[in-house]
Design a protein around this ligand. Sequence first.
Ligand code: CP3
Length: 356
Amino acid sequence: MNGRWTEPVDPKSLPESRLLQALSGHVPDRTPIWMMRQAGRYLPEYRELRARAGDFLTLCYTPDYAAEVTLQPIRRFGFDAAILFSDILVVPHALGCGLAFEAGEGPRLETITSSSDLARLSSRLDPEKIDRVYEAVAKVRTGLPAETALLGFCGAPWTVATYMVAGRGTDDQMPARLAALNDPVFFGALIDRLVEASSLYLIGQLRAGADAVQIFDTWSGVLDPEGFRRWTIGPIARIVRAVRASVPQARIIAFPKGATLSGLIELATTAGVDAVGLDWTADRRGVRAALGGRCALQGNLDPLRLIAGGHALDKGIDALMEDFRGAAHIFNLGHGIRPETPIAHVEQMLRRVRGF
Ligand code: CP3
């Protein structure tokens, strides 16, 4: 199977971007590559601008800064896609949920644990905040060549809700899992609010110039099969429907980290996404056999191989490229790049994937 699920087309009518070619089911002349968290602390130019901005949220809400940080990894490495520099927690923040990023501590949010907490939040996104994000999208698009796709994104409602309920990151997301079981009325209403806000947020990014969007469900792997269906697949499927109702050609990638093979298959078929993102534990051949003719496959190098470098890195890349040869594949890591990753290893990866 060559991975193409749309009708054969005249190659001249294909989009210039290899990433968009793969998202429409074509196998590009070489595998497109980008990295989750490609703008970030492993880059000295990021650390320098971050220090100048003083605060992470200032970086996110200042269009010139956000655009600059988005473009840094493109200038340095020439990835096939830029991903908007922002954060998934901008959505709760723009709904009125207090948010701060303490240096070295991760995010701290006002906790939302009951229907009365939820009633205090706005039902619309604060334009003072999100219009700045859209402005950054428009700025980046004008600074990018046509062959480089611009990705917008949001967090999946489940993952965003885990941070809102706990007020911070936790190891196993116990607070949100318990809230979903003990108070499904509250929890369902929280998810509904996030479905609606995230749909509008993605539509805004696509209208501002994003070529495709990714929905990050970083914590879907802690759910049992019923929970995965209800809190990961359901909300993502509703977002996809709402976005396509406004932007019919929208290209959408879902990244359900930690999903099982059957979870991935059910998500892709139910939600009708254009690609699924795979973490490094995914059964690549199983996923390809089930979904290779239906959507693009993105992933899934273990980010620790990128820290290790050398033979461990080359071997991981070769196995991955072999498993997805001839498929509509977008090369990526199985999760975000870690801050301690040497830049030389990113260069080694790019040379190997591109074959020079
Ligand atoms: O991928 C990119 O380069 C685009 C920008 C981006 C960031 N966060 C920047 C960021 C994206 C797409 C995200 C998504 C995000 N944010 C997720 C989902 C993906 C994933 O990695 O699992 C989650 C769960 C968050 C929430 C979040 N933001 C946490 C838990 C933290 C602290 C821990 C950490 O990794 O630093 C952040 C902060 C954050 N978001 C940083 C960056 C570059 C580091 C902030 C700093 O400079 O100190």
